[in-house]
Structures are given as C-alpha cells and as structure tokens.
Design a protein around this ligand. Structure first.
Ligand code: AHR
Length: 517
C-alpha cells in the first residue's frame, strides 16, 4: 500500500489529505489482520429505556390484560424484534427521571403502587406499573444485562444502598426477604450501577468537585455480596467538556469503573431549533453527519485526560447517552421526545459505531437514546402497530462486531464530501475479527449524491470476495412507516476479487457491513 495513505486513526489530519476525485478516484483501505487491537465490548451496543413518553408504557410494557399480544405484560412484537438485534445491555430508569425515582414505588402488588407525576417528561401520571421486577424480567426476556441508574439527586445514601441490596442481596436481611416475598428468590445480576445522572444539569446542577464528594459519600455504602459487584458509573460531562472527566478521575476515591459522557446530535447544533426529523435538505443532511462526527474529537480529548490521570486504563469512558435529537413533531406532546427516524439516522448510528470501535480501549459501553418511541429509537409503536426504524437495521447489521477484536485500518485517497460550508470525509470505515473468526468490514458512504469505489487490501490474509448487507434508499429522509414498514431495510451484498483485487462499490448514502472471505 502506498505511503500516501492517510492514517485514519489520526482523524484530525484526515481532511487535509483527502484526495480530489480528479486526481485519484479510488479510495483505498488497508486492514492489518496481523495486529489485533482492543476488544469491541458488546456493551457498546447497549440501549437506554427511560420512563419518558411511550418509551416504556405502550412501547415495551402494555400490561398482562392488554389486547396487544404480550408475554407477562411485555409486547411480544417488540421483545422478538429486540432479541433479533441481540441487545446486550439496557440502561434504566433514566436519565433525568432517575434522579427523582423512588425505587420502593415500583415493587409489590401493582394495584397498591403509588401514582406520581413525571415532572421531567410531560407532567403525566406515573403509576409505577413498571418497576424493578419488571425491568429484570425485561432484560431476561431480551437476554441482556442490566444497567440500573441510582438516584443521587433527590435520594439519600440509605435508599440507594438498600435498592442495590434488594437487587443483589443473598442474606436473610429484611430488605432481601422483602424481595423474596415479592416473588424473586434469587438475587439478580446488576452489570452496571450509575450513581446519579447528568449531575451538571437535571441531576442537581452541581460542580464536578461537589459531585465527586457526593459520589464518594454515596458509594461508601453501596455494598453487594462478594463476586456480584456491578461496575460503578460516575456521572460525567457532555459535548466538548473534559473538566468533569478530569476532576472525577482525580477526586473520586471509591470504586469507579467508568465515567459517563453524553452527546446528542442536533442538525443545527442549537437546542432552541434543532432541525426536523424528516423533510430536511442536503445542508442538514451534511450538518447532521458533521455534528455526529464530533464524537470522535470529544472521545479523543477525554481519553487524553484519562491517559494522564489513569495510565493503568482502569476507568472506562462510557457514552451512556447518544443519538439524534430533533424538534418535536407537530401535534405531539413535546415532552415525549417522539421523532421519526430516517436513513440519515442509520448513518448516524453507523458513524458512531465506527468511532466507538476505534476507541474500544476506553469506550467499553454506550447506550443509544432511546430503545423504543423516544429520540433515535430502534422501534416506533402506535397502539398495536409497530415498525422497525433504519437505526434498528444498522444495529442488526453491526451485531457481528459485538465482542469482536478491532483491527487497525488505514484509508488512502479519501475523498471529501462538501455541502453547506461543511467538509466531511466521504467514507468512514472500521474492521474487526469477529468472535466467529471471520474478518468484518463496515463502510459508510456519507455522500448522498455519489457512489464510492473502495479497493480493499488485507495484510496477513488472502481475500477473494465480500458478502454481507447493504442499507440505502432513494431519499435522504427515507423511513419506515406503519403503512409502509419495509421501505428501508438491508439488502444482500456480494463482491468478488478480480485477479486478487477486491473493489467494493458503495452506493450514495449507504451503510455496508461485509465479511471478507
Ligand atoms: O434522553 C433524554 C434525556 O436527555 C435524559 O433523560 C437526560 O439524561 C438527557 O438530558
């Protein structure tokens, strides 16, 4: 491979060395299969389910008496669809909701559970029908792990400690016996436990120094039987901030396995007019993808801080909320954060996965916001109807990367895509060796107007072809609806090497995942 190659890992330099189409038309990718990198933790493909809008009630939980087909109150259609994309982890109950949640409201007989008001999201009644036992049944149905987010904002250390004891305890204590009386003999596994959420904002508008002290205080009392400790998550910063990562990684003295980070993709970058989920022009196609690519820089900057404060690499950087956030749809309750999901969202997901793979050494867990009916959802429902979004299909295509081993990859002759004053790379890529031993390559063509030809070379392996799935559509805002549910779905893709040279044609605005044979 030529020395002109752009090192894709040095993303900051990528745009300077992009080739013009006239000079060198063919993008070149070289994968080094002889230098395995970090494991792509399957928890990078985690999901977030908050008590927000129809995210849980109506979207996942309909109750046992519902006319909608259900398994113990959980929608059968939604559960089956989520099983197919192999959801590894679910974060619950929030988000902002977590810092007002009283866990005791959600245990015991459902008809005796108190009604509260969901003050963050629409001011609607919360009847607590979905609580701790229901959450663990959900993750068991999905074959996923549990990420429970504790209440630091309005709770106290005893409440938080007793919730963890209720879930994980195996003693004869009153709290554990209460769980047994409520129908669960064995403790559950809590894979991750979050100590508060967005402490800089809805979680209490704190300074990182103050939050660090509170974290140390609360975490002192978080105890589990030996061998069943969750990974403890401190609530970190967002967007361009690195101060939270710095202060937390210096000041927190108690067990902290990861620092969380939130970044939402807004087409305009402005919270008061974010941009629309459909009917957008090419300028907002490009600005959305440009915004989402900033994730790379944010992770890179936070990693630098962690590499300084935690050279042993013990603290993970968990992006436990990410995804697109658009203006509320006309006629819908704005506090429910329901939005349509198009081919553009599918590319946003794929671009973020490629970034997370690149930083798999620190980014060991992420949760897209959110799983059903909220923000960049996998699934939209309306009554008994259900539709799978383009984002869902990206998750399905990328599941081969769960627990795969990342491989270094270089891109040469990278073309640029320019629109509305933004310059983006036309192609994003990632490669790994799957748990099944196969070599996998993911490619995204960001340009909505031009196909890309990509020559693929693998150091350490002879490649004769590629086979996999391609996701694309005619329009930038192509979507699946209840009336037309299969408008955007993956199609089979095959390519063969010619005289030892493998060239992949990636259509405009598409996501491709192939195994290389
Ligand atoms: O995902 C919606 C909200 O976004 C979450 O509740 C909060 O943590 C973030 O601000």
């Amino acid at each position: 491979m030529s020395k002109k190659l752009t090192n894709w890992l040095a993303a900051g330099a990528c745009c300077l060395s992009m080739a013009s189409q006239a000079q060198e038309p063919m993008t070149r990718i070289e994968i080094d299969s002889t230098r395995p990198g970090a494991t792509i933790n399957r928890d990078i493909y985690g999901q977030f389910a908050e008590h927000l809008g129809r995210g849980i009630y109506g979207g996942i939980w309909v109750g046992e008496d519902s006319d909608i087909d259900n398994i113990h109150g959980f929608r059968t259609d939604v559960i089956e669809a989520l099983r197919d994309i192999r959801v590894p982890l679910v974060r619950w109950p929030g988000g902002c909701f977590a810092d007002e949640y009283r866990w005791r409201d959600g245990i015991g007989p459902r008809d005796a559970r108190p009604v509260r008001v969901n003050t963050h999201w629409g001011g609607v009644p919360e009847d607590n029908a979905f609580g701790t036992h229901e959450f663990f049944e959900l993750v068991e149905l999905l074959g996923a792990d549990a990420y429970v987010n504790g209440n630091l904002g309005t709770g106290n250390p005893r409440e938080m400690a007793e919730w963890l004891e209720y879930m994980t305890g195996d003693s004869q204590s009153a709290v554990v016996e209460e769980r047994r009386r409520n129908g669960r003999e064995e403790p559950w596994d809590v894979a991750y436990f979050g100590v508060g959420n967005e402490a800089w904002g809805c979680g209490g508008h704190m300074r990182p120094e103050y939050y660090s002290d509170l974290y140390n205080h609360f975490a002192t009392f978080l105890k589990t039987p030996r061998g069943s400790e969750p990974k403890f998550v401190a609530s970190g910063g967002h967007t361009a901030d690195t101060e939270w990562t710095d202060v937390l990684s210096k000041n927190i003295q108690r067990q902290m396995d990861g620092i969380s980070f939130h970044f939402y993709t807004l087409p305009t970058g402005e919270w008061d007019d974010k941009g629309e989920s459909t009917g957008f022009g090419e300028d907002q196609w490009a600005s959305t993808l440009w915004q989402t690519l900033r994730m790379d820089e944010f992770i890179r900057n936070n990693k630098k801080v962690l590499d300084k404060n935690d050279p042993e690499n013990e603290i993970g950087f968990y992006v436990d909320e990410w995804g697109t956030w658009y203006n509320p749809e006309e006629g819908r309750e704005p506090g429910f954060l329901y939005q349509q999901n198009t081919l553009r969202d599918a590319l946003v997901a794929a671009l973020n996965f490629n970034i997370f793979h690149r930083h798999a050494d620190r980014v060991r867990m992420t949760n897209i916001a959110q799983m059903v009916n909220v923000l960049q959802a996998m699934i939209l429902t309306d009554g008994e109807e259900m539709v799978l979004t383009p984002t869902y299909h990206t998750y399905g295509m990328y599941k081969v990367f769960q627990d795969a081993t990342s491989l270094p990859l270089e891109i040469g002759n990278l073309h640029s895509y320019q629109q509305g004053g933004k310059t983006l790379p036309a192609v994003s890529a990632s490669a790994a060796r799957g748990k099944d031993g196969q070599l996998y390559l993911s490619l995204v063509n960001l340009d909505p107007g031009a196909a890309q030809q990509v020559a693929v070379d693998v150091k350490g392996a002879e490649i004769s072809g590629a086979t996999g799935q391609l996701l694309t559509a005619g329009a930038m805002d192509a979507r699946n609806t209840f009336d037309d549910p299969d408008s955007v779905e993956p199609a089979g893709y095959n390519a063969s090497a010619d005289s030892g040279n493998l060239v992949l044609e990636i259509p405009a605005k598409s996501v491709l995942v192939v195994s290389l044979k």
